[in-house]
Design a protein around this ligand. Structure first.
Ligand SMILES: [Zn+2]
Ligand SMILES: [Zn+2]
Length: 344
């Protein structure tokens, strides 16, 4: 079969590999769609040895069951499923509480991270990673497993603060951010303020339910404050889907006293924390900061439900398998609207 693999650190190419065989408890899935995630760029850029090579990338997968392995019950050929990409150790305190996204294993185990992923015609996954998607389009189902699940988990963490009439600022309207806007619109009664450098992304945010959009230029903080209020008022919740120094500065500057800051984007920026009262604070008092990672299986089931109800849907740009490397190049240059989805 054809697969797009990281054959060496930084090298992504399509190669021919044997079609894998499912072991006991595993399922062979015919890949219907696989999202191209920013995290894959971090995998490609990681130092040699941090991730195994060669490895087939792709951790945002939906497909059709081709062959269940020995001992698998409940799944038959032709069943359509989304893949929960995390593979926790199953033994640590976090895994035992159903929070495999907090598994103590380093680096995190996952499909397309610690074993072959979905950028291929077929992928083998543990049957425990499959969730049924019914009649949901697989091109829509795939992005739900990460681009949908990650902001959903962030919103879940902040939900007690997302009271009707409060303000939530979403910074970065890319693959995750445009889903965050929809999840907020579908599950809360908050004022949604979307921030991005790109005008097309702001148009997308408006279509997805943002009440206000702000171009990320040097005046952005002033314009956000005109909407959310001036210190010590501000945004009750800020979700930063970018995570570079500039967006973290905006985030901590517009968050209200007692607000919640959720750092979803892995952009490599630094958030300074200097707890003083006699100088301009780096963060308002009583602010809490979360660094959400992906989400739980139970949350993915809820995200799929939102998709099936038609309340959220990814804006997708599709690519055939042999053009997957090009999709990642466009992603790296910030030229993907919504989510790039590869259709093997
Ligand atoms: Zn991802
Ligand atoms: Zn664990």
């Amino acid at each position: 079969m054809r697969a797009v693999r990281m054959t060496a650190p930084g090298v992504l190419e399509q190669v021919a590999v044997p079609t894998p065989t499912p072991g006991p408890g595993e399922v062979l899935l015919a890949v219907g769609a696989v999202g191209a995630c920013h995290s894959d760029l971090h995998v490609l850029d990681a130092p040699a040895g941090f991730f195994p090579t060669p490895i087939t990338l792709g951790h945002e997968i939906a497909g059709t069951v081709e062959a269940p392995g020995a001992g698998v019950t409940g799944w038959s050929p032709g069943d359509r499923a989304a893949v929960y990409g995390i593979i926790g150790c199953g033994r640590c305190r976090a895994c035992l509480r159903g929070r495999e996204n907090q598994c103590r294993q380093v680096p995190p185990g996952g499909i397309g991270l610690s074993r072959d992923g979905g950028l291929a015609e077929y992928v083998v996954v543990p049957a425990s990673r499959l969730l049924p998607v019914g009649g949901l389009d697989l091109i829509q189902a795939a992005p739900l497993t990460d681009a949908g699940l990650t902001p959903y988990h962030a919103v879940e963490l902040a939900r007690p603060a997302l009271r009707p009439g409060t303000c939530c600022v979403v910074i970065g309207v890319g693959g995750l951010g445009h889903m965050a806007v929809q999840i907020l619109a579908a599950t809360t009664a908050v004022q949604i303020v979307a921030v991005d450098t790109d005008l097309a992304a702001l148009d997308l945010a408006t279509r997805m339910g943002a009440h206000h959009v702000v171009r990320a230029d040097p005046d952005a903080v002033d314009r956000i404050r005109e909407i959310v209020g001036f210190p010590p008022d501000g945004a009750d919740v800020v979700i930063d889907c970018v995570g570079v120094d500039a967006t973290l500065t905006t985030a901590r500057t517009v968050v209200a006293t007692g607000g919640r800051l959720l750092l979803v984007g892995l952009g490599g920026g630094t958030l300074p924390v200097r707890p003083v009262v006699d100088a301009p604070p780096t963060l308002p008092l009583e602010v809490s900061v979360d660094i959400p990672f992906w989400g739980t299986r139970a949350e993915l089931q809820e995200v799929i439900a939102l998709g099936q109800l038609g309340l959220i849907s990814a804006e997708v740009q599709t690519f055939p398998l042999d053009r997957a490397p090009e999709a990642y190049d466009l992603l790296r240059r910030g030229e993907i609207q919504g989510r790039a989805v590869v259709v093997p």
